[in-house]
Ligand binder design. Structure first.
Ligand SMILES: O=C(O)CCC(=O)C(=O)O
Ligand SMILES: [Fe+2]
Length: 300
């Protein structure tokens, strides 16, 4: 009897980059950690990204930041802006902020956004042709007991999309650890397998089941949009830096209107301009910003 080769849903990129173990972990746990050796990003690049983030933070806030010490001047933020803490009714001053629109700021950030390992794993979750950028933000975090409050800010990123959710991810995220991730150092928290529940976190169960994602600087955390996650407060001195390159299915609203507002000429200044343009959705029909459909002409 003639047999046909086994068909899988795995893309050629997953196979060529030998990412099958990470795909398996994504399927089972809804999150995987890719070690620095596997992403192709050198330790010097991660260090350069960290230094650049501290400069961006300084430009926005107006005070210096040091990796080992944190902000070099006392800072204050409104407790009302601690959005994730608000879910649990907690009220506390955040000790972190976001540097947004990273890809318009520096080539280093654009290269990270199109890292082939990250993109292959995200396209596995969302869809090979349907994957687009949603946003590129850095989390700049320092010492503070409160963090996201009692519930660790546990949420799922695709929470705004109406249910029922299917198995396919509607959004999916990558968090690059720019500094080491440890529980006391304010690592991400997540609930293994929670993406298979296909619903937002239930409390207090979610907090009881949450585990820290502990990983060295340079690691890449990839997770499904339905995975329950948040973060532990940073109890130790110094800073936790991370970059969240967040992706969406092309029918889901982006966080950042990259298609219409990103300076397109910058896309040519990265390691793979074609991939950047594809993920930015520059050639997509929607959302349009001017009349795009044909109109009848007067017969003269
Ligand atoms: O590490 C954190 O603070 C959580 C990150 C997060 O929620 C995200 O990137 O979607
Ligand atoms: Fe999130």
């Amino acid at each position: 009897m003639e047999t046909t080769p086994l068909q899988t849903r795995l893309s050629s990129q997953i196979q060529e980059l030998e990412l099958e173990p990470f795909v398996l972990q994504l399927e089972v746990d809804g999150l995987c950690v890719v070690p620095p050796e596997k992403t192709g990003i050198e330790p010097e690049t991660i260090r350069a990204i960290g230094e650049q983030l501290l400069l961006e933070a300084e430009e926005i806030v107006g005070c210096g930041f040091s990796l080992n010490k944190g902000p070099e001047a006392p800072l204050t933020m409104s407790a009302d802006e601690n959005v994730l803490a608000r879910f649990s009714g907690d009220h506390g001053e955040p000790t972190q902020f976001l540097v947004q629109q990273l890809c318009a700021r520096n080539r280093l950030f654009r290269n990270l956004a199109i890292n082939p390992v990250a993109v292959a794993l995200i396209r596995h979750l969302i869809g090979q042709n349907a994957t687009r950028f949603s946003s590129h933000n850095a989390f700049i975090k320092w010492q503070g007991e409160f963090g996201y409050g009692r519930n660790l800010g546990l949420h799922c990123d695709q929470m705004a999309v109406p249910r029922p959710w299917g198995r396919n991810a509607l959004t999916a995220n990558t968090n690059w650890c720019i500094t080491d991730y440890s529980r006391d150092g304010g690592a991400m928290a997540y609930v293994p397998g929670s993406h298979r529940r296909m619903e937002p976190p239930r409390f207090p169960e979610a907090v009881e089941l949450a585990v820290p994602v502990e990983a060295p600087a340079g690691s890449l955390i990839v997770f499904h949009g339905a995975t329950w996650h948040g973060a532990f407060p940073r109890l130790t001195e110094g800073m936790r830096l991370s970059i969240a390159n967040y992706f969406r299915h092309y029918m889901v609203l982006p966080q950042d209107d990259i298609k219409n507002l990103f300076p397109q000429e910058l896309a040519d200044d990265c390691d793979d301009p074609e991939m950047f343009k594809f993920l930015a959705g520059f050639a997509d029909e929607f959302p349009y910003s001017h009349q795009t459909e044909r109109v009848p002409r007067l017969i003269s």
